[in-house]
Design a protein. Structure first.
Length: 171
């Protein structure tokens, strides 16, 4: 089932998510709904809080060289923790909860992360490139943070002004 995405400045996006305790069929159907929603909305990443579920769950599905998102490449990430951050890199980010706004954001270039898959199996991985960026972006959602919080004071002020105008126009 495709769920509605919560859009900024909805306060539900500020909630801190909680760890998943049961790796059961309810979790599996939530993961399936999240995947369906992310693909339908043309996203490459989605955190559960973006559909109003305050659980430490996120998905990432990057496109291949031909621009296609293959389900075999889908990362289902449950209760993630970052063990190590290295270097820094600037990438242009966007977010399904802030549609139409993109900006350059500085984050760690390489990370070591541990998480659980849908069956409760522990995975430990080194990530770099867009995968590392997307993981940090989605993990910020789990802590109630959005990428616009990383903008400079002036850029954030400009964003807020434009966003208010857009909401007023009902767009
Ligand atoms: C780099 C890039 C992205 C991330 C996090 C994941 N972000 C997304 O998946 C954002 C997707 C997105 C899709 C939109 O819809 C379309 O393009 C059709 C969109 O809407 C508009 O632009 C109108 C906005 C965002 C981390 C790092
Ligand atoms: Co986002």
């Amino acid at each position: 089932m495709i769920r509605d995405i919560i859009v900024y400045p909805d306060n539900r996006l500020r909630k801190v998510s909680k760890d998943v305790l049961k790796f059961d069929t309810e979790l599996h159907s939530l993961l399936d709904d999240m995947y369906e929603t992310m693909i339908a909305k043309e996203g490459i990443g989605l955190a559960a809080i973006q559909i109003g579920i305050d659980k430490n769950i996120l998905l990432i599905n990057l496109a291949d060289e031909e621009g296609r998102q293959n389900k075999e490449d889908l990362l289902e990430v449950i209760n993630p923790k970052i063990n190590r951050l290295e270097g820094s890199e600037i990438y242009q980010e966007g977010c399904l909860s802030i549609p139409g706004y993109y900006d350059d954001i500085k984050r760690a270039k390489q990370i070591n992360v541990e998480y659980f898959d849908r069956f409760g199996k522990k995975i430990v991985r080194d990530l770099d490139g867009l995968l590392a960026i997307a993981m940090q972006h989605e993990m910020d959602h789990l802590k109630g943070h959005l990428f616009i919080e990383k903008l400079s004071y002036l850029k954030r002020k400009k964003f807020e002004k434009e966003w208010k105008k857009r909401l007023k126009a009902g767009k």
